[in-house]
Each structure stands twice: as structure tokens, then as C-alpha cells.
Write a protein that binds this ligand. Structure first.
Ligand SMILES: *Cc1c(COP(=O)(O)O)cnc(C)c1O
Length: 355
């Protein structure tokens, strides 16, 4: 059997969830969209059920997958519905629904619903992605109430730059949010992972941690705030071949790596078809038999090369950690010019193994 796999540590996931709740002193929706950032939404939700205040996903397809697996906790649709025809299902399955646009508000007003909805009314406080304009916010709130189709409304917004701890943008967005909700007494939800970890002064009744649940830092440079996170995924494989090369030999496609000294190069069963970033440069950290070494040469579809020259005890069969508790996914991602969010989401083909 091919040795490539992603080992998912569910106790680390629970640790990180508890941390999000502790740090914020708020209720926390565990964000498990995009198959729990590649970690397997059903298994992750099952591991958190019983203690999670609820879950958040991107669309009804993801929510129904959780319901089909027997998850009964609240599930929030972060973009609400995409078509009004989803509304009966939303009610039937007791899903919570973001309203981010006036067309959604109108659809709710016109819908015939057997039970009232739980709505999270989203304000565009400055990110300019989705959310109602501040001038429409109070009116939308009143119209939802007047529709008679809504049981409860939570007020929410989303930060564009909470991962930049020196940037005033989040404070400015908070001020816009506070002004827009003046006079409304409803629960609020603002903070994603970087805001939970880095902005303790920002209020929230509900937080929405995603990446931090999986133990990766949302910050570009690992700050002290992320230190207590425990990485959940270990992407691992084994060395399947080793060659000894003199100095001056090129390795792999495009001869991107050329040995500078007599070298031992190991081939690992892991490639970009598994989601390992093809753009990872020479020198990207890799752990072989517990020793840190580096990627050497271009990543192929099913294999990649590592420099074993300074890991003399390693050979065919040695265990390789591409990322995990020693080599952080965020470090690999940064070296490859991307973010941990993306390298997790890109994962495919490798079996997930839960411990
Ligand atoms: C994805 C998402 C989150 C989670 O973000 P992280 O940075 O992973 O914590 C929170 N809120 C909304 C609206 C989202 O779309």
C-alpha cells in the first residue's frame, strides 16, 4: 500500500476548540467548511459534538452532509442560501442562515416557511466582500422581524485584516459595526481565528474559529498567540528509493536542484497530486526519521526528493513528515508562497487516518 497519508489527531482538534472558547470567553461555532479544511468534516464534527456550540459551513450541501452523519448541533450556513429553493430544506434541517444581501432578505419575505428561521444578519463593515451596507442594516433587521419568518437574529461581520496585528483596520471595522447596530439588542459575532488569537479586546457572543482549530497559525509570522495551538494534521509518507550522487548532478524535472557536494537523495511517495504544493522551492523543510532536512528539486505528481546527505541513518522505509507537529504546515505554505488554509484544502488522494 502506498505509504502517503494524513494522520488526524482528534484530541488536538478538541484542545484547539477549547482554547478558542477559553480565549474568547464566547460561544464558538467550529468552522468545518471545505471538508474541515481538508481534515474531514464529518469526523471532525463528530469529535467535537457534545461540546461544540455549533458548526459553520459554506453551503447547504456541506450542512446536509453533517446532518446525514447524525450531527444534530446547530449548523450555520456562512453564505446563507444561494437560491430561495433552499429555504424549505434550511427549515427542515434546522440550519442557521446568514443573510448577507438584500436579495436574500426579499426571498425570505416572500417564502412560505413551516417554521421560523434563525438568521445571522451580516454587515459589510469594510471588507467589501459580502454583507449589507451600513445604511441598509437597521432596515433589514426591522424587515426580518416584520416578516414574521424569523425567530432570532444574530448580528455579524467579518474582518479583512485581523491577521495584521499592528493594523488599525479591525478597530475601524468594529466602529462601523457598532454604529450600524446601535439600539439593537441582539447577540453579535465578529471574530475568526486571527481575531480570537490576536484581538482579545473585540467583543463577541459567538466566535467563528476555523484555521486555529486545525492547529495552524493565521498569522504570517508565528506570534506568541498561536503557540498553544496543537497541529492536527500530520502529512506523512516514506522514502521509497535512495541514490548517491557526486557533486554537480541534477535531480528531477527541469534540473532545478543540482548537488553541491556528494549527496544522498531520497525519493518520497508524495506529490502535487496529493496536494503537496508544486511551488515549494528547494530548501522547503521536511522531517525524515525525526530529523529536519530539505526538499531538493521540483515536486512531481506522485513523488518528491529530499536531501538525506545529513541524515545518514535514513534510507528506504524511513518515515517522512511533510508537515505536522515538527514541520509546521504554515512554514511549508509560506515557503511555497501560500497559506496553510490552502495547502490543507488542496489535500487529495491521501487517505485520512484518525487517531
Ligand atoms: C471561513 C470563515 C471563518 C473562519 O476563518 P478562519 O480564519 O479560518 O478562522 C469565519 N467566518 C467566516 C464568515 C468565514 O467565511
Amino acid at each position: 500500500m502506498r505509504p502517503a497519508r494524513a494522520v488526524i489527531d482528534l484530541s488536538a482538534l478538541r484542545h484547539n476548540y477549547r482554547l478558542a472558547r477559553q480565549m474568547s470567553g464566547a460561544k464558538a461555532l467550529a468552522v468545518v467548511k471545505a471538508d474541515a479544511y481538508g481534515h474531514g468534516a464529518v469526523r471532525c464534527a463528530q469529535a467535537l459534538e457534545g461540546e461544540a456550540d455549533g458548526f459553520a459551513v459554506a453551503c447547504i450541501e456541506e450542512a446536509l452532509q453533517l446532518r446525514a452523519a447524525g450531527i444534530t448541533a446547530p449548523v450555520l450556513l456562512l453564505e446563507g442560501f444561494f437560491e430561495a429553493s433552499e429555504l424549505p430544506l434550511i427549515v427542515e434541517h434546522g440550519l442557521w442562515c446568514v443573510v448577507h444581501s438584500l436579495w436574500q432578505l426579499e426571498a425570505i419575505e416572500q417564502a412560505r416557511l413551516s417554521q421560523p428561521l434563525q438568521v445571522w444578519l451580516k454587515l459589510d463593515s469594510g471588507m467589501h466582500r459580502v454583507g449589507l451596507h451600513p445604511k441598509d442594516y437597521q432596515v433589514a433587521y426591522q424587515r426580518l422581524l416584520a416578516s414574521g419568518k424569523v425567530a432570532k437574529i444574530v448580528l455579524m461581520s467579518h474582518f479583512a485584516r485581523a491577521d495584521e496585528l499592528d493594523c488599525p483596520s479591525s478597530t475601524e471595522q468594529l466602529a462601523v459595526f457598532d454604529a450600524a447596530r446601535q439600539g439593537l439588542s441582539a447577540e453579535i459575532s465578529l471574530r475568526n481565528s486571527p481575531a480570537v488569537l490576536g484581538w482579545p479586546q473585540i467583543p463577541s457572543d459567538w466566535v467563528r474559529p476555523g484555521i486555529m482549530l486545525y492547529g495552524a497559525t493565521p498569522f504570517e509570522t508565528d506570534t506568541a498567540a498561536s503557540a498553544p495551538l496543537q497541529p492536527v494534521m500530520t502529512l506523512q509518507s516514506k522514502v521509497i528509493s535512495v541514490r548517491e550522487l557526486p557533486a554537480g548532478e541534477a535531480v528531477g524535472y527541469g534540473a532545478r536542484f543540482v548537488t553541491q557536494r556528494p549527496s544522498r537523495i531520497g525519493v518520497v511517495a508524495m506529490g502535487y497530486a496529493d496536494g503537496y504544493p508544486r511551488l515549494a522551492p528547494n530548501g522547503t523543510p521536511v522531517l525524515v526519521d525525526g530529523v529536519r532536512t530539505v526538499l531538493a528539486g521540483r515536486v512531481s505528481m506522485d513523488m518528491l526528493n529530499v536531501d538525506l546527505t545529513d541524515v545518514p541513518q535514513a534510507g528506504v522505509g524511513s518515515t517522512v513528515e511533510l508537515w505536522g507537529k515538527q514541520v509546521l504546515a504554515s512554514d511549508v505554505a509560506q515557503t511555497a508562497g501560500t497559506i496553510a488554509y490552502q495547502i490543507f484544502c488542496n489535500l487529495r488522494r491521501v487517505p485520512l487516518q484518525y487517531v
